[in-house]
Design a protein around this ligand. Structure first.
Ligand SMILES: Cc1cc2nc3c(=O)[nH]c(=O)nc-3n(C[C@H](O)[C@H](O)[C@H](O)COP(=O)(O)O)c2cc1C
Length: 194
C-alpha cells in the first residue's frame, strides 16, 4: 500500500463548501496523512524539518487547495519555497523525492469553458499548473493530471457528492497503484480516469 500525504491549504476552511465536502471523504482513510497547513501554521512559521520528514515517509504527495488567483493560496507557496530545499528535493544531492508521485487536487470558481484559449481566462487549468508540473519534474517526481472541481459557486449537492466519491476513489487507486490514466493531454484531468 502506498502512503499518501495530503498537503491541504485553505485559508478560510470554516467558510468552505466544496473542499469541506472533499476533505470529509478522505481525511480519515487508513494510510492517508492529512496535513492541514493553515491549521498547523496559522502564522506561517513552517516546521521545515518536520515537513521534510513527512515527505520522506510518503509515496504520494497531494497538493490540495482551492484555486486562488490562478494558483495556490500563499501558505502552500511558502511551503514549497521553504520545504523543497536544495540538496533535499533537488540539486546534485537532492534525491529525497525521486520516484514519488505528485498530484494537484483543486476547486475553481470558474467553469471549465472559461479555462480555454478562447474563454475568459485564456489558458487551460493545466497551463496554469505549469509551475507545479515543473516543480515535480525538478524534484524527479511523477506529476499526474490534476483532479479538478469546476464551477464551485454553482455546484449542486448531488454533483458535489459525486466529486467526493471520485476523490475517495482517486485516493484508493493511488494507494493500491491501480490507477490507469486513460489519456494524457493539455486538457486532461484525472477525473476522467476514475
Ligand atoms: C482570493 C480568492 C481568489 C480566487 N481566485 C480564483 C481563480 O483564480 N480562479 C477561479 O476559478 N476561482 C478563484 N476563486 C474562487 C475559489 O476557487 C472558490 O471559491 C473555491 O474553489 C471554492 O471552494 P470552497 O467552497 O472550498 O471555498 C478565488 C477565490 C478567492 C477567495
Amino acid at each position: 500500500m502506498k502512503k499518501v500525504l495530503i498537503l491541504f491549504a485553505h485559508p478560510a476552511f470554516h467558510k468552505s463548501r466544496i473542499n469541506k465536502k472533499l476533505v470529509e471523504g478522505i481525511h480519515k482513510i487508513e494510510g492517508v496523512t492529512f496535513n492541514n497547513l493553515y491549521e498547523n501554521y496559522p502564522d506561517f512559521f513552517i516546521d521545515v524539518k518536520k515537513e521534510q520528514r513527512l515527505l520522506v515517509q510518503h509515496d504520494v504527495i497531494v497538493w490540495h487547495h482551492p484555486f486562488y488567483w490562478y494558483s495556490c493560496p500563499s501558505l502552500l507557496k511558502e511551503w514549497i519555497d521553504l520545504v523543497l530545499e536544495h540538496n533535499f528535493a533537488y540539486g546534485t544531492h537532492g534525491r529525497a523525492l525521486e520516484g514519488k508521485t505528485a498530484i494537484s487536487v483543486i476547486s475553481s470558481g470558474g467553469r471549465k469553458e472559461v479555462y480555454s484559449q478562447k474563454g475568459a481566462n485564456h489558458f487551460t487549468i493545466n497551463q496554469f499548473l505549469a509551475p507545479f508540473v515543473q516543480t515535480a519534474n525538478l524534484c524527479r517526481m511523477n506529476y499526474l493530471p490534476p483532479f479538478v472541481v469546476h464551477g464551485s459557486h454553482k455546484i449542486l449537492p448531488d454533483e458535489l457528492t459525486s466529486y467526493q466519491k471520485k476523490y475517495i476513489k482517486l485516493i484508493s487507486a493511488l494507494q493500491d497503484d491501480s490507477l490507469i490514466i486513460r489519456s494524457i493531454g493539455e486538457n486532461t484531468y484525472i477525473n476522467e480516469s476514475l
